[in-house]
Design a binder for this molecule. Structure first.
Ligand SMILES: C[S@@+](CC[C@H](N)C(=O)[O-])C[C@H]1O[C@@H](n2cnc3c(N)ncnc32)[C@H](O)[C@@H]1O
Length: 395
């Protein structure tokens, strides 16, 4: 029989769960708890050897945190059968922002990536707290259509989602009303919905091109990128990695670079980017997580002075190995949707002579632990080793 304990929740983990230090000497993640709560929790799994954290379940809130609010969504919750999409809806919005900012600062300081030369900006709140999302993925098992349940891979049937914007909400209602039974091919299928589609494009298991999920914050990011790039003096050419369907490429094309090399995986994103036919842009379809694929880049792409990257949550992965090959590189604009992989990548980028000049967190997804980062790195000096490495790949 697992034991129950009482403790105050101290902070939130990287994945957004409340963290308690227990009288048994261990530290536990407790989903559904919020910093400041005094809770009773049941230990589900003590930490294994070499692990710092164990897992526990919330049994009772003895004293609620002053930051707690009643979630506006009827499906929200941390138990099986509840929607796990917006776990932070239990905290007021200003506390959500505070905890996101705290996590970013903590990671940067722990990794010693912030220097006297770094400007660390305040988090940019989302103008809309509800009705902000322009896309979502729902699941279907042949009978039920809905979102994935907290703590399991079961599906929670839903008939509305208050964080979706109007267009995507309408698509959701039409998608959940459809009879999918005859068409299901796997035990669990997905349906991608986004505001740019209409009902006739609702299909099972058909991946749609990536889109930034919050229109207001996307506009903010685009303006920020335009301003950041306009300050660069040497605007010969730029390499954009993880360009998607050209959301940022269109902004870059207005920033007086001579050539823009835009690389993206072979899929729906690059197809859209090619169709856009943006002046001065050279789209390149390639798997950026395969280092050997760098050979597919045109030689001129190794002569860029600026690099802009916006990788998925996994971070740069093998694509970071291109940095030492760019002998003329002096500015990196790194847009990240995962502070943990961002910090890991920055440790490598730092070894290449770059310093973090500016960083700002931005809240793209209210009521979740996700936080986006906008950053600029500049190089201290161009290392002769970098030039050598580049010559090697060109042979
Ligand atoms: C965070 S999105 C950025 C997209 C774009 N910057 C935008 O604002 O819409 C990351 C992009 O990386 C692409 N991607 C994921 N894995 C990749 C890979 N192995 N190689 C190249 N691109 C990849 C995804 O398709 C997606 O378009």
């Amino acid at each position: 029989m697992s034991k129950s304990f009482t403790s105050q929740v101290e902070y939130l983990s990287g994945k957004g769960d409340g963290v308690v230090v227990c009288e048994d000497g261990h530290t536990y993640f407790v989903p559904g708890s919020w910093p400041g709560d005094v809770i009773v929790f049941r230990v589900d799994q003590t930490p294994n050897e070499n692990e710092k954290f164990g897992y526990a379940s919330l049994e009772e809130i003895i004293t609620p945190s002053p930051e707690r609010v009643i979630p506006k969504c009827k499906y929200q919750g941390h138990e099986v059968g509840k929607c796990g999409g917006c776990p932070w809806m239990i905290g007021n919005y200003s506390s959500q922002l505070k905890h996101k900012e705290y996590r970013v600062k903590y990671l940067l300081e722990k990794s010693q990536l912030v220097t006297g030369a770094t400007s660390l900006d305040q988090i940019v709140p989302s103008p809309k707290k509800y009705g902000y999302r322009n896309r979502c993925q729902i699941k279907c098992d042949g009978e039920i259509v809905g979102f994935v349940s907290a703590k399991s891979n079961k599906i929670v049937q839903i008939d509305e989602c208050i964080v979706l914007n109007e267009k995507t909400s309408n698509l959701l209602m039409n998608a959940t009303a459809k009879a999918w039974q005859a068409k299901t091919t796997h035990a669990v299928n997905y349906i991608d919905l986004d505001e740019t589609m209409n009902d006739s494009e609702i299909f099972l298991n058909k991946k749609r091109a990536f889109a930034q999920g919050n229109n207001d914050q996307n506009e903010f990011m685009k303006t920020w990128i335009k301003n950041a790039l306009s300050k660069i003096e040497n605007k010969t050419s730029i390499l954009e990695l993880f360009a998607g369907s050209g959301n940022f490429t269109e902004v870059i094309s207005k920033c007086s670079f001579e050539t823009i090399f835009a690389a993206e995986a072979n899929g729906p994103g690059i197809k859209k980017l090619i169709q856009k036919n943006i002046p001065k842009v050279k789209p390149i379809a390639m798997d950026l997580y395969r280092k050997t694929n760098f050979n597919n880049l045109p030689p001129k792409a190794f002569e860029v002075s600026t690099l802009l990257v916006d990788p998925p949550r996994d971070g740069l992965g093998a694509s970071k190995n291109i940095i030492p090959l760019l002998s003329k590189l002096n500015t990196i604009v790194y847009i990240s949707c995962n502070p943990e992989t961002f910090v890991k990548d920055l440790r490598f980028i730092k070894t290449q002579g770059f310093t973090l000049k500016y960083i700002a967190p931005i809240d793209m997804f209210p009521h979740t632990h996700h936080v986006e980062l906008l950053s600029i790195l500049t190089n201290v000096q161009i290392s002769p080793n970098n030039c050598l490495a580049r010559q090697e790949i060109q042979r």
